[in-house]
Ligand binder design. Structure first.
Ligand code: SF4
Length: 442
């Protein structure tokens, strides 16, 4: 937890010697709290105080990352309990458990399906993030499964085994920086830490209780293994949500470093509906990684959509570039539809225009990402703004008929807009679903 200027002042020598370039230790402390200067500027600060100050600048929930580029997975580094307080920073990773008791062909088939889980929604690419290979059979089968997975997917692999020997060999099959080890607990901390450091791989620590989990993470940290992910083992949904909430609260509110790590939850249910329902609760309630057993596209799309909504910055609505978009093979007779630059609004309108098969222009007005009615109420979607967008877009030179279609919810703008723009204003439907029939009859 970050220290205040006064907390930092208590750790300084208080001699006001000015060697740091500030008139007093208090002035220096205030700048330190703002992170405007480095502690190194004071040559007299003690070793313990320095360590405390450095620790206070660490994030309360450690950031754990593996992979690179499109497949990069980053979890943790969260700073708030509730999204509206600031925002959630790193979206919960969604992955799949693949057991080694399936044949190579079955594993390949499952991974082919997983690789195809790429969706575009409101202008953003939604992807799944990892695959966990779980040992159920002997070492040979486990290594075969890891080999198949490594060849079949570019996603980071979590290797789950109780055998250090199996893990050691499996880790050698997977490229550096794309692997996570799942096997640590308080009984094998030394072995697990060694493995994590040797293979430079984050480590999942599993213990049913938070006390035991803290004991294990403290020991692992003392052995140099710091990239940890927590798991509180198999429990029912109520117990899991309790664990997830307590871990987040302990890390943020009590500055409990032993629990300041992202949390992994294995849902692993036979019924895909039950699995999706549980997974959605964990995504909403602080899970860093959620692992599923089923690979149904409808499950994944709904979970990715939920995740996108939860991890969107509540202060910055998703928005698109405010400009003129030509949909289909537009020509001089194409209608011009006006809407806002809130992504969800724009993409909903776009979907309906495409469905109508009537080539059209969509003019997206800069409303700072607000939807139609909100923007109108906030005076961001006014006749002046629309006229300015029309003029900037150059649409007047692209169509022969100067006719603007505005959303039905802001019919009230039509008079002023028509009078001041020189365009004919047509009031469109209130709901986007009415656009196809409206365009066909226009
Ligand atoms: Fe205080 Fe250290 Fe600055 Fe001297 S150098 S004024 S002791 S903070």
């Amino acid at each position: 937890m970050a220290l205040s200027g006064l907390d930092i002042y208590k750790l300084l020598p208080k001699t006001n010697c000015r060697e740091c370039g500030f008139a007093t230790c208090l002035a220096f402390a205030m700048q330190l709290a703002k992170k405007a200067v480095s502690i190194e500027k004071c040559p007299y600060v003690g070793k313990d105080a320095k360590a405390l100050l450095e620790a206070s600048s660490l994030p309360p929930v450690r950031l754990v990352s593996v992979g690179e580029g499109e497949s990069k997975l980053e979890v943790g580094n969260e700073t708030v309990l509730f999204r509206h307080e600031e925002k959630f920073h790193h979206p919960c990773a969604i992955g799949f458990v693949v057991d080694d008791d399936s044949s190579a062909a079955e594993i390949r088939l499952k991974l082919d399906k997983i690789n195809k889980f790429k969706f575009e929604r409101v202008g953003q690419q939604l992807n799944v993030n990892l695959v966990a290979i779980r040992q159920k059979q002997d070492k040979k089968r486990f290594l075969e499964a890891v080999k198949v997975a490594q060849e079949a997917t570019a996603l980071p692999l979590m290797l789950m085994s109780e055998s250090t020997e199996s893990l050691k060999e499996a880790l050698g099959l997977v490229p550096v920086n794309t692997r996570i080890i799942y096997n640590a607990h308080k009984g094998n901390a030394a072995e697990a830490a060694k493995l994590s450091l040797q293979f430079k791989a984050p480590l999942v620590v599993s213990e049913p209780g938070l006390e035991e989990l803290s004991v294990a993470t403290k020991e692992l940290n003392s052995l140099g293994a710091n990239d940890l992910i927590l798991d509180t083992s198999k429990k029912n949904i109520a117990e899991k949500i309790w664990d997830l909430t307590q871990i987040r609260r302990q890390a943020l509110k009590k500055n409990n470093r032993a629990l300041g790590f992202p949390v992994c939850v294995i849902v692993d249910k036979d019924d895909p509906f039950q699995e999706a329902m549980e997974a959605s609760a964990y995504i909403a309630k602080y899970a860093g990684i959620v692992l599923l057993k089923n690979v149904e596209a409808w499950q994944i799309l709904s979970l990715l959509t939920l995740r996108q909504n939860i991890y969107t910055d509540p202060q910055k609505p998703l928005q698109i570039d405010p400009k003129l978009y030509a949909i289909g093979s537009t020509n001089k007779n194409s209608p011009v539809l006006v809407t806002t630059n809130f992504s969800l609004t724009y993409y909903t309108v776009l979907g309906e225009v495409e469905a109508s098969k009537v080539p059209s222009y969509i003019l997206s007005v800069d409303t700072e990402g607000m939807s139609v009615l909100t923007a109108w109420a906030a005076e961001k979607f006014t006749p002046e703004k629309i006229i300015s967008s029309v003029n900037k877009s150059g649409v007047q030179d692209m169509v022969s008929k100067k006719r603007l279609v505005i959303p039905g919810y802001v019919a009230v703008l039509s008079g002023d807009l028509e009078e001041n723009s020189g365009w004919t204003v047509v009031v469109g439907p209130k709901e986007a679903a009415g656009i196809p029939s409206f365009l066909k009859n226009l």
